[in-house]
Design a protein around this ligand. Structure first.
Ligand SMILES: *[C@@H]1O[C@H](CO)[C@@H](O)[C@H](O)[C@H]1NC(C)=O
Ligand SMILES: *[C@@H]1O[C@H](CO)[C@@H](O)[C@H](O)[C@H]1NC(C)=O
Length: 538
C-alpha cells in the first residue's frame, strides 16, 4: 500500500475524537489543525551532528559474559546504522564498578580467551559472536535481567570488577560501529575525607592509554541519589573538585588531554538536585566540555498508555530544560547542555509501553523539542540490554523506536529552523511539529525536513505556505496496528531486517506538491521538502 492509498482509506477528519480531545471539536471551514509559518531565512540553532546518541547501561557488564552480545553481527549492523553517535557506558552500576587489571606475566597460564587477542592492539571488526553462543547468551540474559531487577528494587548493588576484556569489547564495539565512546567512572570510591579516590580510575586510564583507545569520560551517575544507593552524600561543590582532579589526570596522561569530559549526570530538577548542579558548576564547570542531566517523563511502574500521548506530559520537558539552562547560563554561559541519559519512563521503562510503538511519541517529541529548546546531544537509554526502554529487544531485533531513530538519523540535519504554528482546532495541541534542514548526506542542500506527529486518533491536517507547498516532497509515515505493538509500518510496509546483516530499504513515498499535509491518526511522520532552496540550509 502506498501513502496515497493510505490517505484515501482514512476518512477525512471530523467525527468523534476517540476520547482524546480535551474540548469538543469546532468544525472549521477547512478542518485545519495547524497552520505552519516557517522562517527559512536563518538557522535558529545548530545541534551536535551526534545529537541522537545512545547508551549502554553498566548493568550489561555486571556479569562479564553478556558483553559479548556487543559482538553479535545483528547488533553491529543495527548499531552502525545509527552512527555518527556517542555511546555512553554508564548508569547506576558504574558507581559500583572497580576495574580489575590482569596480571598477565605472573598469571600466564590463566585460561581466559582474551589472552590471545590482548597483545594485538588493532581491532578486528570481523571477530563476531558465533550464533550458538549468541543463542545461549540471549537465553541466559532473561535470568540475568531478573537478578538485576531484584537488585534495583532492593537498591542493593554489589560491587563488581570488569576485567580488561570488558573494556576491550566496549572499544571494539564503538570503533567498529562508528561511535564515540564515553566511559562512566566510579565516583563512589572515596577517601575518609569524602574526596574522590582516583586510584582505580588511574589504573583504568593507564590501561586504555596503553591500548590507545580513543575514549571520553564521565564521573558518577546521578550523584543526587548517592545517599539512597550507597549511603554516601556528596555535595556539588566537592563533586566539582573531583572533576577537576579527573581533568588533571587526563591532561597528565597526554593521550587523553583533548578527550571529552562530561558531567555531572544529575537527575532532572527536583528538590536538592538543582543545588548539586549549582555547586558543581561553581567549582567544576571548567573541567567539563558539556553539562549533562538526565530526563524521564514518567515512572515506569505507574504510568499508562494515555500518558505517552499526553501533550501536557510531553511539555514538561520544556520547564525542566529551562530550569537547567537558566542555572547553566548563570554560572557557565557557554557550556553545551546534554541529556546524558534519557528515555520515556524511569525504573527500567514501562513494560508493554516503552518497548512498543507508543513510546515513539515521547521519543520523537523529545528529539524535536529538545533541539529547539537548546540541548545539543540527547543520549537514549538504552541501545541494547537492561529494561524495556531498549531499542533492540531481547532477541536483538529492532523495536519501533529503533526504526524511528534510524529514520531521524537519515532525514534530519543538525540545523534547527524556526516555525510559527497557528492552531486551527481544539485538537491542534495533539499535533506537534518541528522543522530542520534535511540531512545533507541523504538530500541536497536547501531541502528541509518537517518532523510531525499526530496524537489524535483521527487524521489531522496541516497547512503549509507556498514556499513549501510548491516543492515536491517525500513522506515517511510510521504507523502501527496497535499503539502497544512491537512492530511498526513505514508507509504501510512492516519494517524488519531482511537478514542479520541487511536492513530493509527505508524509502519514502513521493508526493506531488500540496498546501495540505494529512497525518493519519496516531502517526509519527517525516516530510522531506526536496526543492525548497531554503536559504538557512544552503
Ligand atoms: C549460560 O548459562 C549456563 C548456566 O549457567 C552456562 O553454563 C553457560 O556457559 C552460559 N552461556 C554463555 C554463553 O555464557
Ligand atoms: C585509594 O584507593 C586505593 C586502592 O583501593 C587504596 O590503596 C588507597 O589507600 C586509597 N587512598 C586513600 C587516600 O584513601
Amino acid at each position: 500500500m502506498n501513502i496515497l492509498e493510505a490517505f484515501i482509506i482514512f476518512p477525512v477528519l471530523t467525527g468523534p475524537d476517540g476520547g482524546w480531545a480535551l474540548d469538543p471539536d469546532p468544525v472549521q471551514e477547512l478542518d485545519l489543525d495547524l497552520v505552519l509559518e516557517p522562517d527559512l531565512s536563518a538557522v535558529l540553532r545548530r545541534v551536535d551532528p551526534r545529537f541522537l546518541s545512545v547508551t549502554i547501561d553498566a548493568s550489561l557488564a555486571a556479569e562479564e559474559s553478556f558483553m559479548a552480545l556487543l559482538s553479535s553481527s545483528k547488533v553491529r549492523t543495527l548499531s552502525s546504522a545509527l552512527s555518527p553517535s556517542f555511546l555512553r557506558f554508564g548508569g547506576t552500576r558504574q558507581d559500583f564498578m572497580k576495574f580489575k587489571p590482569q596480571r598477565r606475566k605472573r598469571n600466564s597460564k590463566n585460561p581466559g580467551s582474551s589472552s590471545s587477542t590482548s597483545s594485538n592492539t588493532t581491532v578486528s571488526c570481523q571477530q563476531l559472536l558465533p550464533w550458538v553462543v549468541e543463542k545461549q547468551l540471549k537465553m541466559n540474559w532473561t535470568l540475568q535481567q531478573q537478578i538485576l531487577i531484584k537488585e534495583d528494587l532492593k537498591r542493593k548493588f554489589p560491587t563488581f570488577s570488569p576485567p580488561e576484556v570488558t573494556v576491550d569489547l566496549l572499544n571494539s564495539f564503538s570503533s567498529c560501529c562508528g561511535f564515540n565512546l564515553i566511559f562512566g567512572l566510579n565516583a563512589l570510591l572515596r577517601t575518609s575525607e569524602n574526596v574522590w579516590n582516583s586510584s582505580n580510575a588511574e589504573t583504568l586510564i593507564k590501561y586504555c592509554q596503553s591500548r590507545r583507545y580513543r575514549m571520553n569520560w564521565e564521573l558518577g551517575n546521578e550523584p543526587n541519589s548517592f545517599e539512597k544507593k550507597a549511603g554516601i552524600r556528596v555535595d556539588g561543590h566537592q563533586l566539582g573538585l573531583d572533576f577537576l582532579r579527573l581533568r588533571e589526570l587526563m591532561s597528565r596522561s597526554g593521550f587523553y588531554r583533548d578527550a571529552g569530559l562530561f558531567g555531572p549526570d544529575v537527575g532532572q530538577p527536583r528538590d536538592h538536585r538543582t543545588d548539586i548542579l549549582g555547586g558543581f558548576l561553581q567549582t567544576g564547570a571548567e573541567a567539563v566540555d558539556a553539562v549533562t542531566w538526565h530526563h524521564y517523563y514518567v515512572n515506569g511502574r505507574d504510568t499508562s498508555l494515555e500518558d505517552f500521548l499526553d501533550p501536557e506530559i510531553l511539555d514538561t520537558l520544556t520547564s525542566k530544560t529551562n530550569e537547567v539552562m537558566e542555572k547553566v547560563k548563570l554560572l557557565s554561559p557557554t557550556k553545551p547542555i546534554w541529556l546524558g541519559e534519557t528515555s520515556s519512563a524511569y525504573g527500567g521503562g514501562a513494560v508493554g509501553l516503552s518497548d512498543t510503538f507508543v513510546a515513539g511519541f515521547m521519543w520523537l517529541d523529545k528529539l524535536g523539542l529538545g533541539a529547539t529548546l537548546g540541548l545539543d546531544v540527547v543520549m537514549r537509554q538504552v541501545l541494547v540490554g537492561s529494561g524495556s526502554y531498549h531499542l533492540l529487544d531481547e532477541n536483538l531485533d529492532p523495536l519501533p523506536d529503533y526504526w524511528l531513530s534510524l529514520l531521524y538519523k537519515r532525514l534530519v540535519g543538525p540545523e534547527v529552523l524556526k516555525v510559527r504554528k497557528r492552531s486551527g482546532s481544539a485538537r491542534s495541541k495533539r499535533v506537534r511539529t518541528y522543522l530542520h534542514c534535511s540531512n545533507e548526506k541523504s538530500y541536497s542542500r536547501g531541502s528541509v525536513t518537517l518532523i510531525s506527529m499526530n496524537l489524535n486518533q483521527n487524521p489531522s491536517r496541516i497547512s503549509v505556505p507556498l514556499v513549501l507547498s510548491s516543492s515536491s516532497l517525500e513522506a515517511f509515515i510510521l504507523q502501527s496496528d496497535r499503539l502497544d505493538s512491537r512492530s511498526v509500518k513505514l508507509n504501510g510496509r512492516l519494517l524488519q531486517m531482511l537478514e542479520d546483516e541487511t536492513l530493509p530499504d527505508l524509502r519514502g513515498t513521493r508526493l506531488p506538491p500540496s498546501d495540505l499535509l494529512q497525518l493519519p491518526g496516531f502517526s509519527l511522520n517525516f516530510f522531506v521538502f526536496l526543492d525548497v532552496q531554503a536559504a538557512a540550509c544552503l
